[in-house]
Write a protein that binds this ligand. Structure first.
Ligand code: FMN
Length: 330
């Protein structure tokens, strides 16, 4: 039996496999299944800022159309608005409370946020419900021309949330920033406990028969772990918070590589949809087998062994352009 324990967001995890936010973590029965199959922690399905607000707005619109509300009763509007939001949040709070009662692994709540508006007060309620940590999926849309400074907007969101809670807060970001290294380093110094690299963007496609835009591949491909690995290897010994690798982690090898690059944990989602939750056991067995072959008894012995500081050829991670010297291809 190998020692796979690791520390992530200040939480002691029995192994590095965290199930990322998705529908598999949206009910107590699924969370129990994930725990039974070896997950070290789960990030709950996000409560969406947009969803909460839109839901409230659509019910308000309906109420208005049905003439239930007249201007003179404008307080009714406030009541419905409040009530709808309360109901959605209450379901989420109940899930956290039940999960904390019935499973032993850490429960990380998740908010999918697009602004620093009123949802930041939800963070307090999530903490009071007993969540071990809170992950913010900051989904600022790069096509939004109104936002001038994405980094600054994320920092304001972080500030507002950190002012509300004492539990560890992590931030999951997209991999599309003008100056990725600077952004990651700056965000790691804001007081957050961890960064999750990266969220996966929704992939559109075009149907060549109907000429319509359609939904592309929902799940990541097993090759896509390299982008995350590059940034973890380059920055793991420089950041001021823990790091979780996310996107394209389908195999034990991919997990081992992320730990070698310096990740404290990994988040797995697509692989569990494609292979079932039992795949976590397969991943854990693969890590233990590799450790046995290499003579490692604990994760700590190889964490960061291939981070840029420890590599003889870190330029491989720094290069962006193909060059014959590095790729061997003309
Ligand atoms: C079906 C599905 C639902 C997801 N729902 C959420 C969500 O609610 N909140 C969130 O932050 N990420 C969500 N994600 C993104 C995942 O948490 C993860 O960051 C992404 O899929 C990359 O990991 P993977 O390559 O292991 O799939 C979802 C992904 C999938 C495939």
């Amino acid at each position: 039996m190998k020692d796979l324990t690791t520390k992530y967001l200040g939480l002691n995890l029995k192994n590095p496999i965290v199930v990322g936010s998705c529908s598999l973590t949206s009910s107590l029965s699924e969370i129990k299944k994930l725990e039974k199959n070896g997950a070290a922690a789960v990030v709950l399905k996000s409560i969406f800022e947009e969803e909460i607000l839109m839901d409230a707005e659509s019910q308000l619109r309906e109420a208005k159309e049905n003439s239930f509300i007249y201007d003179k009763y404008s307080e009714t509007l406030d009541y419905i608005d409040f009530h709808v939001k309360e109901e959605r949040l209450n379901d989420y709070i109940q899930l956290i409370k039940q999960a904390k009662k019935e499973v032993l692994i850490p429960i990380i709540a998740s908010i999918n946020c697009v602004s620093s508006a009123e949802w930041t007060s939800f963070a307090k309620r999530i903490e009071e419900a007993g969540a071990d940590a809170l992950e913010l999926n900051v989904s600022l849309n790069p096509t939004d021309l109104e936002i001038r400074d994405f980094e600054q907007t994320i920092k304001i969101i972080i500030q507002k949330v950190l002012a509300q809670v004492k539990i560890p807060v992590s931030v999951k970001i997209n991999n599309s920033f003008t100056h990725m290294a600077r952004t990651i380093l700056d965000l790691s110094q804001t007081g957050i406990a961890g960064l999750v690299l990266f969220n996966r963007a929704y992939a559109p496609d075009i149907d060549i028969n109907t000429f319509e835009a359609v939904q592309g591949r929902s799940f990541s491909s097993p090759e896509s772990y390299t982008e995350t690995m590059r940034w973890i290897a380059l920055l793991s010994d420089k950041v001021k918070c823990s790091l979780a690798a996310s996107s394209g982690i389908h195999s034990s090898e991919a997990i081992i590589k992320q730990i070698l690059a310096g990740a404290d944990a990994v988040q797995v989602v697509s692989a569990l949809y494609e292979h079932s939750t039992e795949h976590i056991n397969v991943l854990l067995d693969g890590i233990e087998k590799w450790m046995e072959e290499k003579g490692f008894s604990s994760l700590e012995q190889f964490k960061g062994k291939a981070s840029s500081k420890n590599l003889s050829n870190p330029a491989v991670f720094e290069r962006i352009q193909f060059m014959k010297h590095f790729s061997g291809i003309n």
